[in-house]
Design a protein around this ligand. Structure first.
Ligand code: 5GP
Ligand code: ZN
Length: 114
């Protein structure tokens, strides 16, 4: 079992403000939102980052983008625009070593992460 904060959320050991769940993915609100809408989309499978992905994970990435755009639309941030970003490694700004996509919107974003 992974000693990882997002794996603990997947297992229900740490609570989250859940937005969406299916067999493979979970979407929940970020605990320290950087924008009016700031959700995190994670695979339930522990993958460290996009850099750790293999050819087997190609479909997973496509599914994640598809879910992210649908969740953004459902959250009402699609028409005005939103940002989908994933950090990889220390200099990429990744703090939690479990692949996640930030879904950000609800204000004008700019700069590195807006
Ligand atoms: P990173 O810098 O790794 O790309 O982003 C990690 C994100 O996870 C941060 O925005 C941080 O606020 C969020 N985060 C860290 N721990 C928790 C947690 O226990 N619950 C929730 N909902 N978000 C978390
Ligand atoms: Zn994990």
């Amino acid at each position: 079992m992974e000693d990882c904060v997002f794996c603990k959320i997947v297992r229900g050991e740490i609570p989250c403000d859940m937005v969406y769940e299916d067999e493979r993915f979970l979407v929940f609100n970020d605990i320290q939102p950087q924008a009016p809408v700031h959700m995190l989309l994670i695979p339930k499978k522990h993958v460290k980052s996009i850099s750790a992905m293999t050819d087997e994970d190609i479909a997973l990435v496509g599914q994640m983008v598809n879910i992210a755009t649908r969740i953004a639309a459902a959250a009402g941030i699609s028409a005005k625009g939103f940002r989908l970003v994933t950090n990889s490694g220390k200099e990429g700004g990744q703090i939690v070593p479990h692949l996640h996509w930030h879904i950000l919107g609800g204000r004008q974003l700019s700069g590195e992460l807006g």
